[in-house]
Structure formats: structure tokens, C-alpha cells
Design a protein around this ligand. Structure first.
Ligand SMILES: [Zn+2]
Length: 400
């Protein structure tokens, strides 16, 4: 294979999580065991330093009908609202007739916040079922993959283009960048959200590695990609979302000066050495240490006769369950709040998913897979905690 960003062949395998099913392939009982497995391996490019998967599960498989709903959690919706408010305050509060395009707009949660501030909004969403939900909620959404071809069909320019949690998904990354370049007004702002590799290292959130995330950016590597397409990041800030996300403001190259805040972040990144191959090799060892620690804990608890349920069935949870080999011998079920996953089974480990509100009894321990909603989970389950139910976070960003 060649590097997805710079086309080099000088790649080295650094993290190997084995053969894994596509993490969003939640299955019906009658199809258990039929899910295909693919290599889940991160390679490092010695030329541009980009970390990426060396195997691509086709986008039609991954994004044709996914069941993730942004609006299903309060934390995400509130986070998106703050993002939209900041963009408007910083750039467009005085503008009339403003417009926004959202790439991978999901159920329209992000665009609703913009619409409420007077923006004309258009969503592009590849999942048919999710696009329908957005349209019903009053957010104009087309059911397509975003790329240059789609932009030509839309034939319109936007003040804001937003891409939350999708920019590292995209198989046709260069065509996507060309599409953004084409659809962004001369003084428009492309708002890119991406999980930050420096945070993945520092918080041990290795479960962010799954087939949908083809690229794992740092400021250096995303900068190189944007640069290839006449785009440039001029400001960025850090958010705690997903254990560490960067929200970058990008414009046409040469239109704005880089902010002091961005320069400081770039400097801190270089000082941390997170663009080096050594950082990846060290991280790989730490994953194995976390695996032994987690399995020891779970096995001890089972020996004590404790009943353990998983909490949440996020995609990242499947990376962790499959890599650590945690199955129904340890977890009775995965308790969920998203109704689209009710009654399905987790890919690989085939753990049944049950809606938390339908559970007849509580476990002794909740093994929390959706760790990025820690505060919301602890708040929502305050009564259970009082009753003595333990909430164990195998990945706990507060511990690092
Ligand atoms: Zn490269």
C-alpha cells in the first residue's frame, strides 16, 4: 500500500490489533458468526509521519447504513451547540444570509444548532436511515457520500463547512479536500473536528483505533494534507470530547494568519515527540500492559462470583472487547440507550445488547465501554452507585 496522504511506500507496521470484524457490524441472532474479519493494523509513514490503517473496509460497507445517532446523547449535542456558537461569534455574527454545510451530518444535531442561529443548512449523510431521521427533524439532508462529485451537484458555496468525527473516516480523502476547497467561500471557515493522536497516546485511548478511523492525525500531519489542497489551518482549540479532540479552523491558503494559540499547540506537539516512530512503538507496548491489567481485574471479579454487564456498545468498545478477548463468559450483556441497537449482538464477541431501561436486574459491576460519557453516565446512574453497583472504566482518561 501507499501512504494515504503523501503516497510514499515507506511505511512501517506499528500497532497490530489482529483480525477484527468491522466495529459497527452489530448483528441479528440468526447471522451470528457470519460477520467478516479484516486486519486492524496501524502503519506509520516515515516520510510524512501520518499514522493510518493499512486495510480499508469499503465505505459502502461501513457507511451505507450505520446506526450511530449523534442526538442520542446529551453530551454530544451540547458539545456541538458550543462549537456552532463559537464559530458564529468569532466569524459570522454580523452576517446576513449565512450558510453551513455539514459533512457526515448524521441525524442533523449539529445543523439544528446552526439553523437556530439563522443559518441556511445543508447536510450530506451517507447513511440512508440517518439521513431520513434528519430530514424528518427539519434539516435539509442529501443521502450521498461527500466528495468533489457531490459538491459539483450541490453547486453552491458556504460560509461554514463542518466535519465532525468524519474527516479521519474518509476513504477518498483527497477528493473530499478538493470538494471542501470548491464549496468554501473565499472567506469561509472549514471547521474540522478530529481525535488527536497526541491525546490517544497520553490518555491510552487505543480503542479509538477501528476500521472507520483510517487516519490518526496530529497537527503536523493534517497540516500536510490540507496544504496539498490549497487549504490551511489558522486556528484551533482543544476539547475533551472523545478523550481529546481538536477543533481546527481552516481557510483558503494565505487568507488568514496563524493564531498564537495554534502556534503554541504546534510547539507543544513537536516537544512531545508524538510524530516519531518511537512514540508508536512505546504505545504498542502500553496497550498490552493495559490488556493484562484489565483481564486480571475481570477474572478476579468473576472468581468472586460477581455479575458483570458492559455499559454502552460504542464502536470503540468492540476494538477493546475483541483485542482483549472479552466475551459472554465475562459480560452477560451490553446495556445500551440507543434503540437502534436493541436486540442485536456485538460483532466478534457476540454479546447481546439490551436497552438499559429494559433490564430486569442490575449487575454488581458495570464495565464501561462508553468512557467518553463518564460524567453523564455517573450522573444518570447515581442511584445505582448508591446501591453499591460498581462502575469500572477500563479506559479512564482521568487516570492519566
Ligand atoms: Zn506519508
Amino acid at each position: 500500500m501507499r501512504c494515504r496522504i503523501c503516497n510514499s511506500e515507506n511505511l512501517e507496521s506499528v500497532i497490530d490489533l489482529g483480525q477484527q470484524p468491522w466495529a459497527n457490524d452489530f448483528i441479528k441472532k440468526e447471522h451470528i458468526g457470519e460477520e467478516p474479519f479484516y486486519p486492524l493494523r496501524v502503519v506509520y509513514c516515515h516520510d510524512c509521519h501520518a499514522a493510518q490503517l493499512d486495510y480499508t473496509v469499503k465505505k459502502e460497507v461501513m457507511f451505507g447504513n450505520h446506526t450511530y445517532l449523534t442526538g442520542a446523547t446529551k453530551t454530544t449535542s451540547e458539545h456541538f451547540k458550543r462549537v456552532a456558537q463559537r464559530v458564529d461569534e468569532e466569524f459570522f455574527s454580523n452576517r446576513k444570509d449565512k450558510s453551513v454545510l455539514d459533512i457526515g451530518s448524521n441525524d442533523g444535531t449539529q445543523l439544528l444548532h446552526y439553523q437556530n442561529m439563522g443559518y441556511k443548512a445543508l447536510g450530506v449523510e451517507s447513511s440512508k436511515i440517518t439521513a431520513e431521521i434528519a430530514n424528518k427533524a427539519g434539516v435539509n439532508t442529501i443521502n450521498e457520500f461527500f466528495n468533489l462529485e457531490t459538491v459539483k451537484k450541490i453547486d453552491s458555496k458556504f460560509d461554514v463547512i463542518n466535519a465532525a468525527g468524519v474527516f479521519y473516516h474518509l476513504e477518498e480523502i483527497h477528493s473530499v479536500c478538493e470538494g471542501i476547497k470548491e464549496a468554501l467561500k473565499e472567506d469561509g471557515v472549514f471547521v474540522v473536528h478530529f481525535i488527536y493522536m497526541k491525546d490517544i497516546f497520553e490518555h491510552m485511548t487505543f480503542d479509538q483505533i477501528y476500521h472507520e478511523h483510517l487516519l490518526y492525525y496530529t497537527l503536523e500531519t493534517i497540516g500536510k494534507l490540507l496544504n496539498l489542497h490549497g487549504l490551511e489551518m489558522f486556528d484551533a482549540y482543544h476539547s475533551g470530547s472523545h478523550g481529546g479532540t481538536i477543533i481546527g479552523y481552516v481557510g483558503h491558503k494565505g487568507t488568514r494568519q496563524a493564531s498564537e494559540r495554534l502556534c503554541k499547540m504546534q510547539q507543544a506537539e513537536q516537544e512531545s515527540n508524538c510524530n516519531s516512530i518511537k512514540a508508536y512503538r512505546d504505545f504498542n507496548q502500553k496497550i498490552e500492559i493495559l490488556k493484562s491489567k484489565t483481564l486480571n481485574y475481570l477474572q478476579e471479579q468473576k472468581k468472586l462470583g460477581k455479575r458483570i454487564f458492559g455499559l454502552g456498545s460504542p464502536l470503540k468498545g468492540n476494538t477493546l472487547l475483541n483485542h482483549f478477548g472479552i466475551g459472554t463468559d465475562i459480560l452477560d450483556c451490553l446495556a445500551e440507550t440507543n434503540p437502534l441497537r436493541d436486540g442485536l449482538y456485538s460483532p466478534g464477541q457476540h454479546i447481546p445488547i439490551v436497552l438499559q431501561k429494559d433490564l430486569k436486574e442490575n449487575p454488581d459491576i458495570y464495565f464501561v465501554l462508553a468512557w467518553n460519557f463518564k460524567n453523564e453516565i455517573l450522573e444518570r446512574n447515581a442511584d445505582l452507585i448508591k446501591e453499591g453497583v460498581e462502575f469500572y472504566f477500563p479506559v479512564d482518561v482521568d487516570n492519566y
